[in-house]
Design a protein around this ligand. Structure first.
Ligand SMILES: Cc1cc2nc3c(=O)[nH]c(=O)nc-3n(C[C@H](O)[C@H](O)[C@H](O)COP(=O)(O)OP(=O)(O)OC[C@H]3O[C@@H](n4cnc5c(N)ncnc54)[C@H](O)[C@@H]3O)c2cc1C
Length: 486
């Protein structure tokens, strides 16, 4: 699994124009978005070099560049489906490595703002494990691909361009680590490429690079519910048995605290508590448990109080919904693309970032196949990436507008969508079609139009109903009317 630091450089520098197989691609960042992009590119290019600032671990271990991996990660139905398309069989490999399936909403105690969601069987399932495990399985697949090379401990510092007004990207400027130098960094050098993907995450420097080349910088949409996470791993109590394997207690504008218990590899639980509005959940075990007690239902606290924490409580960093509208720029450099959190980062409470990255990479695969290579693909891909973000944004950013402190620039039509969305959430506690529409949206298997299906609109028009405070047992028949049944 070690990197081969010199293999990314191309002697002579020239591009492989005219060659059918596309030449060399460079992906910046070996997070999941970068690795999904590498998987897509490897199908169409002769070679893919993944440039990563960190040294990559040999196994499922934490590293600095992906600090969020200490927190609960849900992989939605659309996400594992897209991953499986990019890397056939990877879903089984994830399962074999210990990833757990959570049937939606059958296996989950899900308390939405509208009440407990009834538990019924659908084809939808999310997958949960430690995030380090997902990265490791995907990385292992790419290590087995002879076309893909990881260039570790190497930082991207700029783009190389050619043509009038920097019309085309022709590679990247990088620098490796050099312990013998005072700053610890080596001399910058160039890697030529026929296509470059920036997947360096929330701190992507593309806006700065564009500005330096004389391009416009993208406008941004930001909705910040000011979410902070605390996470701890637990061993379940001995003999623990339940007819659910996952708990999600969502926040509301009146009770802005959230908790999720995810099953992970090794039979453990990863529990993340989230606070909104600038508060931070505690980072010590007693405080963590005490905070769990303040959530909208005691079910998580009652479960955890008998469990044993394994390891410390970790806090999180940035979580705001932030998208950069690259798709709106009139001029765009050919052979260059941004995807993953650098294009659109989401409030993690909705669990969609990995799935957006995987769906964007599938779109890249399709675009490269349709064009027969990387030429002419970049500009149109911006819209395709934006479309993948739209689906997740419709629930994450729109939902967060309900929090009065969420910093946002939403107009009237977005606020009306929000009002409607909250009514769908209200109906989801008693109407199966409303619940299914929300799940389809959250699992990203449907466009935002799912919430306007006729039976959902009917449920919304009927208004809210008295619903039980108690979590639904699996065998319990949820309070549905005949009109709600499929
Ligand atoms: C607390 C939290 C919980 C989350 N939970 C979920 C969840 O439940 N479900 C879900 O789908 N998503 C979740 N997400 C989001 C998810 O982690 C990301 O959307 C997903 O990992 C895609 O990120 P990325 O690859 O674009 O960026 P990152 O994960 O940030 O990866 C960027 C990579 O680029 C490298 N890099 C950065 N700069 C450079 C440079 N100049 N040169 C070379 N390399 C560089 C970094 O080292 C890193 O490896 C969560 C996020 C947070 C913060």
């Amino acid at each position: 699994m070690s990197s081969r630091p010199d293999t990314g450089r191309r002697a002579g520098g020239g591009r492989s124009g005219g060659r059918a197989a596309g030449g060399q691609a460079v992906v910046l960042g070996a997070g999941l978005a970068g690795m999904f992009a590498a998987a897509a590119l490897s199908r169409h290019m002769e070679r893919v070099v993944v440039v990563e600032r960190d040294r990559l671990p040999e196994g499922p271990e934490w590293r600095r560049g992906v600090p969020q991996s200490r927190h609960a990660h849900n992989l939605m139905t659309a996400g594992h489906t897209a991953m499986n398309r990019l890397l056939p069989g990877v879903r089984d490999e994830l399962r074999d490595a210990g990833m757990v399936e959570v049937g939606m909403p059958r296996d989950m105690l899900l308390l939405t703002a509208g009440g407990w969601m009834p538990r019924f069987t659908t084809p939808l399932f999310m997958m949960t494990s430690s995030r380090d495990l997902i990265d490791w399985v995907v990385r292992d697949r790419l290590h087995a691909d002879p076309k893909v090379e990881f260039l570790e401990e190497t930082e991207a510092v700029g783009l190389l361009t050619e043509g009038p007004r920097h019309a085309e990207v022709r590679g990247v400027r990088v620098r490796g680590r050099d312990a013998s130098r005072e700053a610890g960094r080596g001399e910058p050098y160039e890697i030529e490429a026929d296509f470059v993907v920036d997947a360096t995450g929330r701190r992507s420097r593309t806006p700065e690079w564009l500005r330096a080349m004389g391009y416009e910088t993208p406008s941004e949409s930001v909705v910040d519910a000011q979410v902070a996470y605390s996470t701890c791993v637990f061993d379940p109590p001995p003999g623990h048995e339940a007819d659910w394997n996952c708990v999600l207690l969502q926040s509301t504008p009146d009770a802005p605290r959230q908790g999720i218990l995810n099953p992970i590899e090794g039979g453990r639980w990863m529990v993340s508590l989230a606070a909104m509005g600038g508060e931070r959940p505690p980072l010590d075990h007693d405080g963590f448990l005490g905070y769990a007690r303040t959530l909208r239902s005691p079910v998580l606290y009652d479960t955890l109080v008998k469990a044993r924490p394994v390891g410390p409580v970790h806090g999180s960093g940035r979580t705001e919904n932030r998208r950069r509208h690259y798709e709106r720029l009139r001029r765009w450099p050919e052979r260059f693309l941004v995807l993953g959190d650098g294009a659109g980062a989401l409030n993690p409470s909705y669990g969609q970032g990995m799935s957006v990255a995987a769906c964007s990479a599938v779109a890249l695969d399709e675009a490269l196949a349709a064009a027969g290579g990387p030429a002419g693909v970049a500009s149109g891909m911006r819209k395709k990436v934006a479309r993948c973000i739209d689906t997740a944004w419709a629930i994450a950013a729109t939902g967060d507008l309900g929090y009065p402190w969420a910093i946002n620039d939403a107009g009237l039509s977005t606020r009306m969508k929000l009002r409607y969305l909250y009514r769908v959430v209200g109906a989801s506690a008693w109407s199966k079609p409303a619940a299914r529409a929300l799940l389809d949206l959250n699992q990203m298997v449907s466009s935002p139009a799912a919430v306007f299906r006729p039976r959902v609109v009917t449920a919304v028009m009927r208004g809210s109903r008295q619903v039980s405070d108690l979590p639904p047992a699996l065998a319990e028949r949820p309070p549905l009317t005949h009109a709600d049944l499929p």
